[in-house]
Design a protein around this ligand. Structure first.
Ligand code: GAR
Length: 214
């Protein structure tokens, strides 16, 4: 039997879901903010269907806040030094912008447990080394690279994980392996890992929170 595709059917519009609005991210950063910039770049290129609805820092002179101001992104300085209850203030700001996903990008503070509870399963952090071996209290920034070099392991690399009430715990969502090369020092290893972070973080956000159904 031969089936002919009738023109009438061929011309019917495809039944598709209406386009989903961009995921509303809040990015928390304590310093330079290069991961924030990489995420915003991915959004600008159209690779990540999201918007940075808020940038938050505990550090009023953070590069991340400067970037937010330059780009016209809403921002907030939330700190135990200036806020009576920084956890509540942060929650209020997040709610005010309709934040859906919390993205910790070089945020050096432990997140208030009430914020963790409100965003359970919707908060992620990037760590500049393999977990769980090179994580935990005191393991941040250069300390991680120094520990990796001291351990003499052949590889390092960033790890993205869900956020819990404890430092660097929570399900691991992604990891990129980066070689530790002979002659590496903290600065050279940090630069190699940071480049891998910039490639990994937005892709992980897209995969975990932005997987649009077909
Ligand atoms: C990044 O290497 C990030 O993995 C690390 O701080 C750096 C921030 O760089 N985060 C931690 O150590 C958290 N425990 P950035 O401000 O340029 O994004």
């Amino acid at each position: 039997m031969v089936f002919h595709r009738h023109r009438k059917w061929a011309k019917l519009p495809r039944m598709t879901e209406p386009p989903r609005p961009p995921r509303r991210l809040a990015v928390l950063a304590s310093g330079r903010g290069s991961n924030l910039v990489a995420i915003q770049d991915a959004i600008d290129r159209g690779d990540l269907h999201a918007s940075v609805a808020l940038v938050v820092s505990n550090n009023s002179s953070a590069g991340a806040l400067e970037f937010a101001r330059r780009r016209g992104i809403p921002w907030a300085h939330v700190s135990a030094k200036t806020d009576a209850d920084p956890g509540v203030r942060l929650l209020e700001r997040l709610e005010a912008v309709g934040c859906e996903v919390l993205v910790l990008a070089g945020y050096m503070k432990l997140l208030d447990p009430r914020v963790v509870a409100a965003y359970r399963g919707r908060a992620m952090n990037i760590h500049p080394g393999p977990l769980p071996r090179f994580g935990g209290p005191g393991m941040f920034g250069e300390h991680v690279h120094a520990a990796v070099l001291a351990a003499g392991v052949p590889t390092s690399g960033p790890t993205v994980h869900r956020v819990t009430e404890h430092y660097d715990e929570g399900d691991i969502l992604a990891h990129t392996e980066v070689p530790v090369l002979p002659g590496d020092d903290v600065a050279s290893l940090a630069a190699r890992v940071l480049a891998a972070e910039h490639a990994l973080y937005w892709r992980t956000i897209a995969r975990v929170f932005d997987a649009a159904p077909d």
